[in-house]
Design a protein around this ligand. Structure first.
Ligand SMILES: Cc1cc2nc3c(=O)[nH]c(=O)nc-3n(C[C@H](O)[C@H](O)[C@H](O)COP(=O)(O)OP(=O)(O)OC[C@H]3O[C@@H](n4cnc5c(N)ncnc54)[C@H](O)[C@@H]3O)c2cc1C
Length: 396
């Protein structure tokens, strides 16, 4: 079998890359060892949030992606459930305010329209929020999409445009000759291709090994709880300041005395279109283990009720975990691979892969087709690790 470009991974990053590549006229085969959206993209929230992004390239790309999300459902012709109702970062106490205010002020300087609210103003916007919450930052451009609908929408439109999807097919080797990609070996045979995109989320390091490179990504587990569906009463997506604090500085959790903080628990909450509340979450390194931990679920229940006491009355109908693809320096990799012609990597988006999927897929397509990318992608280049290792080697 022969194609032009193979995309490995049928999560949101692989599906969006496959779609934008096909839209740019490239013949693409997407290979997924299970089903579309059965990895992390089917086990997560769908916040398309600006306030949670690092100022700099991640924030600028998130702003572009949020813009792309607005017209996406119409463009793809399939449901994504994207809606822009705004988002709140709830500030629990003065300690948290001191940590997040500088980050948010930096975001404002970069052009994100954020307003700070006091408790009365928050409760006028969202009456469910506790009177104990000290304050909040509100951004009207924050929104929510259904990760699984969006992933499938990309895959379906990709197929409509002539793209080929092979599910239940695992890539078992990446074939490289004379420093150039020649194709992949799969559980169903060989596929010749002159380009390969590794978009396999937390499993990308295994694909890297096949190509003889180290992709420094590891799974960072998060728990989520789904409640019964109830009448719509929460309009915004909610995070807390601690979420931003832990994301930007994971060591804060290790030092914390509050047991929920120590477990890496912070708040994420939204009410889906069906009326279910989706409540999370935590961050922990536990390898590829997808089991849930009761102490984490208890901590999430207790902690989330501090912000929205009404959730105490809701029945939880399902709990699950997902594995965020965490890159060792905290930034994604969206890049070609120096020394291996035709090999590209798009992974390591940690808790931002849904938000950044449109802009990542478009950037991959621009790189592969030799067009100028919209952003200077140097901070997300794969070469940064080799440079770091060389610098460290030089010091020892
Ligand atoms: C609890 C939680 C909450 C989150 N909330 C948000 C949020 O609100 N907003 C946000 O933007 N992001 C969020 N994220 C992050 C987001 O879910 C991820 O960044 C994103 O889903 C990663 O997508 P991906 O395509 O890189 O990986 P995946 O969706 O995991 O896709 C990779 C695919 O590669 C396939 N694969 C692996 N090996 C092979 C092989 N050898 N051959 C073929 N196929 C292979 C896998 O089966 C898998 O389907 C959250 C994550 C978690 C866990």
């Amino acid at each position: 079998m022969k194609t032009d470009t193979v995309v490995i991974g049928g999560g949101i990053i692989g599906c969006s890359s496959a779609y934008y590549l096909t839209r740019a006229g490239v013949k693409v085969t997407l290979i997924e060892r299970r089903g579309i959206g059965e990895g992390t993209s089917g086990a997560c929230d769908g916040f398309v949030m600006l306030q949670s992004k690092h100022p700099g390239l991640p924030l600028r790309m998130a702003m572009r992606s949020a813009e792309m999300y607005q017209g996406l459902e119409e463009e793809l012709g399939y449901e994504t459930q994207y809606r822009r109702n705004g988002g709140l970062v709830l500030i629990e106490n003065e300690e948290m305010r001191e940590i997040v205010e500088p980050v948010i002020r930096e975001q404002i300087r970069e052009g994100v329209p954020v307003e700070f609210l006091n408790n009365a103003e928050i409760r006028r916007m969202e009456p469910l929020i506790s009177t104990e919450v000290a304050g909040a930052a509100h951004c009207a451009l924050d929104g929510y999409t259904s990760p699984i609908h969006t992933t499938r929408a990309y895959a379906k439109r990709f197929r409509d445009l002539g793209g080929e999807i092979l599910t239940d097919t695992a890539v078992t080797d990446i074939v490289i000759r004379g420093g150039e990609v020649c194709g992949v070996e799969t559980s169903r045979g060989t596929i010749e291709a002159k380009r390969v995109i590794i978009a396999a989320g937390v499993w990308s390091p295994y694909l890297g090994e096949m190509a003889g490179i180290r992709i420094p990504v590891k799974p960072r587990r998060g728990h989520l709880m789904v409640t019964e569906a109830v009448e719509h009463s929460l309009h915004k997506i909610l995070l807390c300041a601690r979420y931003i604090a832990i994301k930007h500085d994971p060591s804060l959790a290790e030092k914390a005395s509050d047991p929920t903080f120590h477990l890496g628990v912070s708040l994420s909450m939204e009410q889906t279109l069906n009326g279910n509340f989706l409540i999370g979450s935590n961050r922990e390194f536990a390898g590829y283990d997808l089991n849930t931990r009761l102490e984490i679920l208890r901590a999430i229940s207790e902690y989330s009720a501090r912000f929205v006491p009404a959730v105490k009355a809701l029945n939880v109908i399902r709990v699950f975990t997902g594995l965020r693809p965490f890159c060792e320096d905290g930034s994604p990799i969206v890049s070609s691979v120096p020394g291996i012609g035709g090999l590209y990597i798009a992974t390591g988006h940690e808790g931002d892969g849904i938000a950044l999927a449109p802009v990542t897929g478009k950037t991959v397509a621009d790189m592969v087709t030799g067009r100028e990318t919209e952003f200077d992608m140097t901070p997300f280049a794969f070469s940064r690790f080799a440079e770091k290792e060389a610098a460290e080697g030089g010091r020892t």
